[in-house]
Ligand binder design. Structure first.
Ligand SMILES: [Zn+2]
Length: 582
C-alpha cells in the first residue's frame, strides 16, 4: 500500500470571528523565557525503569557534566556527563543530552548544570496515570448531542440537535441526534476519521486492558455495567451506527454545510446534515470500509458486557463489508455547496483490507480471510508496514491479521512481524540520532505531525508486542516525552497536562468560553513545515520543528483532532502497562 499524503481540507471562520483575547502571543513569551541554558524533558515525568533523557540547549563551552538533585533535601542523587554537542537538524538547535536512566528512585527532582536548575521532574510508577485519564476525558469534552460537564467551568448544554438529511444524501427529512464526538476544532462528525479513532482506541482496550479497565472518567453511565472507557467510545459508535443505511452502505459525514464561527456548540444553529456523494449510491467506500472494521472490533470488545450490543455491531460490520465489496471504489468529494472537512481519499482498497482482516479476526470465517489475502502483494517482499493515519490503514489490517487467534497463513504472519520490526528499526535509529530523540524525519513535520509521532509510537508498540524488546519501548515512549515537553519550545502539547502546556488550540469551545485555560486533554497538531493558513504563514521559515505557533487561528499548526488524540491515548495506555517495561 503506497503511502500518500492527503490533507484534511478545512475552511475557517474569518479572524474577526475569533475571540481576539485568545489571539496569541504566549508562544513568543514562552520562547523568551526558554532562552539561554535550559533542559527539556517530559513534564509529566518518567517511570523508574524507563530511559530518561533530557535535551540540553545552550550549555556553556566546557560544561561537561550535569547533576540531578532530589527536591526534598537538595541532595545530589545522580551525576553524569553531557553528551557531545550536536546540531539537531529538525530544530536547528545546538544540543546535548543528559542521560539519567540510571536514576531509578521515585520522587521529585531537578536537573542542574552550570548552576541552573530546572523545574521539578517526577519519577513515579504511576507517572502517566493522570495524563491518561485527562486525555480520555478529552473525548468526553468533544461529545455532541448531550450536555457536557468536565468541571471547572468546562461545560455546555446539548448541541446540534437539529439533524437532517442533506440533499446530497439522496434522502430528506430530519433525524435525531445520536451522539458522536465533535471531530476537531470544528463541530462536524466524520465517519472516516471516527474509523481510525475508534479503531485505535478499541485496540488500546484490547492490548492494554489493565491500564483502561478501571479508569474512572466521571461520565454518565448510560449502559449498565460497561467500564467507563467503553462507555465513552460507545458514544461515538452509536453515532456511526446511525449513518449506516439498511443496504449496508455508510454515509461519509454529518456536518453543517460550512463551518460555523468561533462560538460555543450550543450557539451553532446551522443544520447538521447527513452528507452523501450527491449521486447514487450516495455512501462512500472509505466510510463503509472503516465502519466495518470498527464495528468488527467493537463486536469483540463489548461481547463480554452486552452480547446483544456486540451482535448488533457484528451484523452492522458484515452488512457494511458486503456493501463495500459490491462498491469498491466510490470516492467521496465534497458535494456542491459543502465546504466542511472532506476526508477525501482516492485509494480505498486499504479500508476494505482492514475491514476484511478485522472481520476475520472476529469471526474466523474464510470469506474475510480470502478477501484480506487477495489484497496483499503477491510478493511478500512488497509488503509495506508504516505508521497508520486516517487515510492509510493497511498496517492496521496486517497487524490485526497477525494478532488474530485463528491460525491463518503462518508465512504471512511472520512477514508482517518482520516488516514491522524493520520499520520499527528505522524509527529507533532516528530516535537515537535526533537531538530531541523523537522518531520524526524532517518530512514527517506535516499537518498533524504530533499525530504522526503518536502513530509511529503505535508501530513501535506493535513491534514490542510481537517480539518484546526494550529498544522499541524506549523509542515509543520517546515520542511521548517529545509531545510532553522534550521539544524545542519546551511546551507540553497536551492541554492541561504538564508544567507548561500550550494554551491556544484551534478549538471553538476553548476560544469561545471566556476561560483562560483551554479545554483539557487535547493534543495540538504540532509543527508543520508547510504552513497552511494565514497565521501559520507568519511563522518565519525555519527548520521543521520550529514551524509551530501557539495561536488559535493557526489551524494547520494548532488544531486538535480526535484522530491525533487516539494514538496519544494508546501510547499512554501502553505507558501505564507494566508489561510495556520490556
Ligand atoms: Zn454538537
Amino acid at each position: 500500500m503506497q503511502r500518500r499524503t492527503v490533507l484534511k481540507t478545512l475552511g475557517l471562520a474569518t479572524a474577526a470571528q475569533l475571540t481576539s483575547a485568545r489571539l496569541l502571543s504566549q508562544s513568543s513569551a514562552m520562547n523568551a523565557a526558554m532562552q539561554g541554558v535550559d533542559a527539556f524533558f517530559n513534564q509529566v515525568g518518567y517511570r523508574p525503569g524507563d530511559a530518561k533523557v533530557a535535551t540540553v540547549r545552550g550549555a556553556a563551552p566546557g560544561q561537561s557534566n550535569f547533576r540531578v538533585r532530589r527536591a526534598a533535601d537538595n541532595k545530589v542523587v545522580f551525576e553524569g556527563p553531557l553528551t557531545a554537542p550536536q546540531t539537531d537538524a529538525a530544530s536547528g538547535d545546538r544540543v546535548q543530552q543528559a542521560v539519567f536512566t540510571g536514576l531509578r528512585d521515585t520522587g521529585s527532582f531537578r536537573v542542574e548544570f552550570g548552576g541552573q536548575g530546572t523545574f521539578p521532574l517526577t519519577i513515579s510508577e504511576h507517572a502517566y496515570a493522570d495524563a491518561l485519564r485527562i486525555t480520555v476525558r478529552g473525548y468526553t469534552g468533544q461529545r455532541c448531542g448531550c450536555a457536557v460537564d468536565l468541571g471547572n467551568g468546562y461545560h455546555h448544554p446539548a448541541c446540534h440537535t437539529n439533524g437532517a438529511y442533506g440533499s446530497s444524501s439522496g434522502k430528506s427529512g430530519t433525524l435525531t441526534n445520536h451522539g458522536g464526538w465533535h471531530d476537531a476544532g470544528d463541530y462536524g462528525r466524520y465517519v472516516v476519521n471516527s474509523g481510525i479513532t475508534c479503531g485505535t482506541l478499541l485496540w488500546a482496550w484490547e492490548l492494554y486492558p489493565q491500564a483502561l479497565h478501571d479508569l474512572r472518567l466521571g461520565i454518565p453511565k448510560q449502559h449498565g455495567n460497561l467500564p467507563d472507557y467503553l462507555e465513552e467510545v460507545l458514544w461515538n459508535l452509536n453515532w456511526m451506527v446511525q449513518l449506516q443505511e439498511p443496504d449496508g452502505g455508510v454515509f461519509h459525514k454529518q456536518t453543517s454545510d460550512h463551518f460555523c464561527a468561533f462560538i460555543l456548540p450550543q450557539d451553532d444553529h446551522l443544520v447538521s446534515n447527513v452528507i452523501g456523494t450527491g449521486t447514487a449510491p450516495y455512501k462512500s467506500t472509505a466510510a463503509t470500509g472503516d465502519f466495518a472494521a470498527v464495528m468488527a472490533i467493537a463486536a469483540r470488545c463489548y461481547a463480554s458486557y452486552d452480547g446483544k450490543l456486540a451482535a448488533g455491531f457484528l451484523a452492522a460490520a458484515r452488512n457494511a463489508w458486503t456493501w463495500a465489496v459490491a462498491h469498491p471504489n466510490v470516492v467521496f468529494h465534497n458535494p456542491s455547496g459543502v465546504t466542511t472537512g472532506e476526508y477525501g481519499d482516492n485509494q480505498v482498497a486499504d479500508e476494505l483490507l482492514w475491514a476484511s482482516a478485522e472481520l476475520w479476526r472476529t469471526t474466523g470465517e474464510p470469506q474475510y480471510e480470502q478477501a484480506f489475502l487477495k489484497g496483499l502483494p503477491s510478493d511478500l517482499n512488497g509488503l509495506r508496514i508504516d505508521a497508520p493515519s486516517w487515510a492509510t490503514v493497511a498496517s492496521m489490517a496486517c497487524w490485526t491479521y497477525a494478532l488474530a487467534p485463528a491460525a491463518g497463513n503462518a508465512e504471512i504472519k511472520a512477514a508482517i512481524r518482520q516488516k514491522t520490526h524493520e520499520a520499527a528499526g528505522q524509527l529507533m535509529e532516528r530516535s537515537r540520532n535526533n537531538g530531541y530523540a523523537n522518531t520524526l524525519s524532517e518530512y514527517d513535520y506535516i499537518w498533524g505531525s504530533n499525530g504522526v509521532a503518536g502513530n509511529q509510537s503505535l508501530l513501535l508498540a506493535m513491534d514490542h508486542h510481537f517480539a518484546p524488546n526494550h529498544e522499541a519501548v524506549d523509542a515509543s515512549l520517546a515520542n511521548l516525552h517529545y509531545m510532553l515537553g522534550r521539544n524545542c519550545f519546551g511546551v507540553s502539547w497536551v492541554t492541561g497536562v504538564g508544567e507548561r502546556p500550550f494554551m491556544h488550540p484551534h478549538h471553538r469551545p476553548s476560544a469561545a468560553d471566556n476561560i483562560v485555560a483551554p479545554w483539557p486533554g487535547l493534543l495540538s497538531g504540532g509543527p508543520n513545515r508547510r504552513p497552511g493558513d494565514p497565521t501559520a504563514k507568519t511563522v518565519p521559515p525555519g527548520p521543521p520543528m520550529r514551524m509551530w505557533i501557539d495561536a488559535t487561528e493557526a489551524y494547520s499548526m494548532n488544531e486538535i483532532a480526535i484522530n491525533w488524540n487516539a494514538p496519544l491515548v494508546f501510547l499512554l495506555a501502553f505507558a501505564n502497562t507494566s508489561a510495556s517495561l520490556g
